[in-house]
Design a protein around this ligand. Structure first.
Ligand SMILES: Cc1cc2nc3c(=O)[nH]c(=O)nc-3n(C[C@H](O)[C@H](O)[C@H](O)COP(=O)(O)O)c2cc1C
Length: 331
């Protein structure tokens, strides 16, 4: 994969999601779309650099283009972590400036850094200087009582001056006190207009919109409105076929037929067999496949068979085939 593959792929991306976008999930998403940019879960720089947890960087060659998301706020530690990410072969290193969870706040990671644009810029400059892979930022429009109209352009000016050329903006504030991480993804209102205005202020910055996009048509509308990319999180996880099967054609203009969830299930079987032969469990993979047939006849039986059976000892491809029969019989 060429080093510059990620910017083109960033026209559509699947968001970094802790506990969700692990390597098995990304392998599945890659079979659904050849072109969409995929993000890892956040990996903290201290875990990599101080904890030596290099297994957190493991991924399959098939996942490219794939971006590593890092959490942290110490420039030299982030620089070392970015270097490890580049050595591991990632196509992009992304800094998390959007995650509001308590654990993350206590370590000065994530959204709280919206209050420290100079430090974020220092972190980005250190990560850029340390290794050859592009460094990007994922941020919010502000936190707490900040005025997004004022702080967001200031924040973007800082990171652009540090050498960042691509950013994803989750178009709502994070409230650092009083809301759970889940509430922080729903309750603060979305402000897409502000993100569009940032494109006017920073025409050379590649800006992706994130937050509340649930259909490919919505993603297309944002792109037609002048933005450079759209990042989809929960919808891509819960209804991956709806977002990803037509993405190569609709978003990237590729020829050829759309992928289908049925074909992708068959294409997952050798991967599943490999995982099982290495001592893995079926449900570690199939838990990401539960939404594949969302909205289709037989979807409930597909989910039930996999969720009830995949954790049982000895469960393997035969269970997946049995679940798939519910879809093909219902068709
Ligand atoms: C389960 C879950 C875990 C998440 N973990 C991360 C994370 O590790 N890093 C991050 O930047 N955002 C994380 N997010 C936020 C998403 O990347 C995204 O910004 C958010 O869900 C809004 O996009 P959506 O409305 O398309 O879901 C997470 C979201 C969910 C649902």
């Amino acid at each position: 994969m060429a080093v510059n593959a990620a910017p083109k792929a960033a026209r559509l991306s699947v968001a970094p999601m802790m506990d969700w976008t692990d390597r098995h999930c990304r392998y599945l998403h890659r079979l659904l779309s050849r072109q969409t940019l995929l993000y890892t879960e956040m990996v903290t720089a201290p875990a990599l650099v101080r904890g030596g947890a290099l297994h957190l960087l493991e991924h399959s060659p098939e996942e490219h283009p794939v971006a590593l998301q890092l959490g942290g706020s110490d420039p030299s530690e982030l620089a070392q972590a970015a270097r490890l990410g580049a050595q591991a072969g990632y196509d992009e290193i992304n800094l998390n400036v959007g995650c509001p969870s308590d654990r993350v706040q206590s370590g000065t990671f994530g959204a709280v850094l919206m209050k420290e644009p100079a430090l974020v810029a220092e972190c980005c400059a250190a990560m850029i200087a340390a290794q050859p892979v592009e460094v990007t930022v994922k941020c919010r429009i502000g936190v707490d009582d900040q005025d997004p109209e004022q702080v967001l352009p200031e924040f973007l000016a800082h990171i652009v001056a540090a050498g960042v050329e691509r950013v994803t903006i989750h178009a709502r504030k994070a409230w650092l006190q009083g809301l759970s991480p889940k509430e922080n993804r729903d309750i603060p209102p979305l402000d897409y207009d502000l993100v569009h205005r940032m494109k006017g202020l920073f025409p050379n910055l590649h800006i992706s919109l994130n937050g509340g996009v649930t259909t490919l048509a919505q993603a297309q509308a944002a792109l037609q409105g002048g933005l450079d990319g759209v990042m989809v999180g929960r919808a891509a996880y819960h209804q991956p076929a709806d977002i990803l099967c037509a993405a190569d054609r609709v978003i990237f203009g590729a020829g050829g037929p759309d992928s289908t969830p049925e074909a992708v299930v068959y294409a997952m079987l050798p991967y599943i067999e490999r995982h099982l032969s290495q001592g893995g469990k079926l449900n570690q993979i199939t838990r990401h496949m539960l939404g594949l047939f969302a909205g289709r006849p037989g979807a409930r039986a597909w989910r039930r068979i996999l969720s009830e059976g995949a954790a049982q000892p000895g469960a393997g491809p035969a269970l997946v085939q049995k679940a798939l029969n519910q879809i093909t019989c219902a068709a």
